[in-house]
Design a protein around this ligand. Structure first.
Ligand SMILES: Nc1ncnc2c1ncn2[C@@H]1O[C@H](COP(=O)(O)OP(=O)(O)OP(=O)(O)O)[C@@H](O)[C@H]1O
Length: 371
């Protein structure tokens, strides 16, 4: 049996002085008016399970205004094992505990994975590359502690390199940091590429189901060393060694450009993720509805991959997305939820759910805060 959350408790977290929910079952629908604290609950669960928040807050933002320390807690069980997950936020630091013992996030990766789906995710199929890379790394981090650690190291290296370039530091210093860019960057790019290959395949299959076979989705991971035509889908497969060679070569070729623009231009922080429907780039051609289907397919694929790789169903966190989806996409999502995966849904309007789903759910109504 999968690990599921049976109890959550927050103290001085976001808007909550205290929040406690016990006997949590497979499906919880959290209902309430705007700004009542629905998203805060989902964020708290994501912090406890994925050790990150889709809102990318500072630690101080997590602590209730006027308090000094936030504490989040969850009991998790698979019927046999009982685990206690805990996170504190205090003095600029998040700390994690398992059964009362301090743990590094890397030690907890994959224990109780989660997939969140929020209105911000709908931007994933629209514009910039950064949210797509962040989303891929967030998935990778839950699937592999090594992915999480190398991404963290690589980001440090690039920050350092950008500082050197900004300060117009000696080229020898930049060259020495470039060795790290190559080592960490090649490993990160190889992890991402291998993960993305699986993700793209499952995504394509979900997209086919959502559109009832009418349209084909192709997703491509494009490393920064490729000269890529955004209007032509292409598959680039490579391993770590090839990535090392290509990165070293491209860094050499673009050294002058990096110095002139005073920032790092080569490496996985500049890799692209492109989506194509029937051969056309989603960014410039897709309708809003098609873009939403792409994101829905991506989220469903994330869930499937976690299940396949970790043999543990993730906790699904749906923050106010029903209102953003039309009837057919809502149906596709609900049929997925109706499986046996633990799910938390927030909504301001319960009318989006049919009576079957409501009948299976525990409804938690949050009252309007008294000011
Ligand atoms: N650190 C904090 N201390 C106190 N209050 C906070 C803190 N962080 C957020 N809040 C409050 O939490 C509330 C927002 O909660 P949340 O985002 O969960 O609302 P919601 O119910 O999801 O609303 P909506 O339906 O509009 O998305 C806001 O009133 C905000 O001021």
């Amino acid at each position: 049996m999968d690990l599921t959350i049976s109890h959550i408790s927050f103290a001085d977290f976001r808007s909550y002085e205290a929040f406690d929910l016990r006997d949590i079952g497979p499906l919880t629908i959290i209902v309430g008016p705007n700004a009542v604290g629905k998203t805060n609950i989902v964020e708290g669960i994501q912090l406890l399970t994925a050790h990150a928040s889709f809102r990318h807050p500072t630690v101080a933002e997590l602590v209730r205004m006027g308090a000094t320390r936030a504490r989040l807690y969850a009991d998790v069980t698979d019927g046999n094992r009982q685990l206690e997950l805990e996170m504190t936020a205090e003095e600029g630091k998040k700390r994690f505990f398992l059964n009362g013992k301090p743990k590094r996030p890397a030690d907890l990766k994959g224990l109780v994975p989660s997939v969140s789906f929020t209105p911000d995710d709908l931007e994933l199929a629209k514009g910039g590359m950064a949210p797509r890379r962040i989303s891929l790394d967030a998935l990778g981090a839950q699937l592999s502690a090594n992915h999480y650690l190398i991404k963290r190291d690589y980001e440090k290296v690039v920050r350092h390199k950008n500082r050197l370039l900004k300060d117009e530091a000696d080229q020898a210093l930049v060259d020495s940091i470039d060795e790290m860019v190559v080592t960490c960057g090649a490993q990160l790019a190889a992890y991402r590429s291998a993960l993305f290959e699986k993700l793209a395949q499952v995504m394509g299959s979900y997209y086919g189901q959502i559109t009832e076979g009418r349209e084909q989705l192709r997703a491509c991971y494009v490393p920064s060393w490729e000269i890529h035509d955004p209007n032509a889908p292409a598959t680039y497969t490579f391993g770590r060694d090839e990535a090392r060679e290509e990165l070293a070569r491209t860094l050499g070729e673009r050294r002058g450009e990096e110095r002139a623009r005073r920032r790092a231009l080569v490496g996985p922080h500049a890799d692209r993720i492109e989506f194509f429907i029937d051969g056309r780039n989603v960014n410039s051609f897709a309708s809003q509805g098609q873009q939403r289907s792409v994101v829905l397919a991506l989220k469903l694929a994330e869930v499937s991959l976690i299940q396949d790789i970790l043999h543990q169903k993730p906790v699904l966190l749906l923050d106010d997305v029903m209102s953003e989806l039309d009837e057919s996409r809502r149906r596709a999502l609900v049929s997925f939820i109706a499986g046996d995966m633990q799910t938390f849904i927030t909504t301001a309007n319960i009318d989006y759910f049919d009576s079957d789903l409501l009948g299976a759910a525990r409804i938690v109504s949050l009252p309007r805060a008294v000011k």
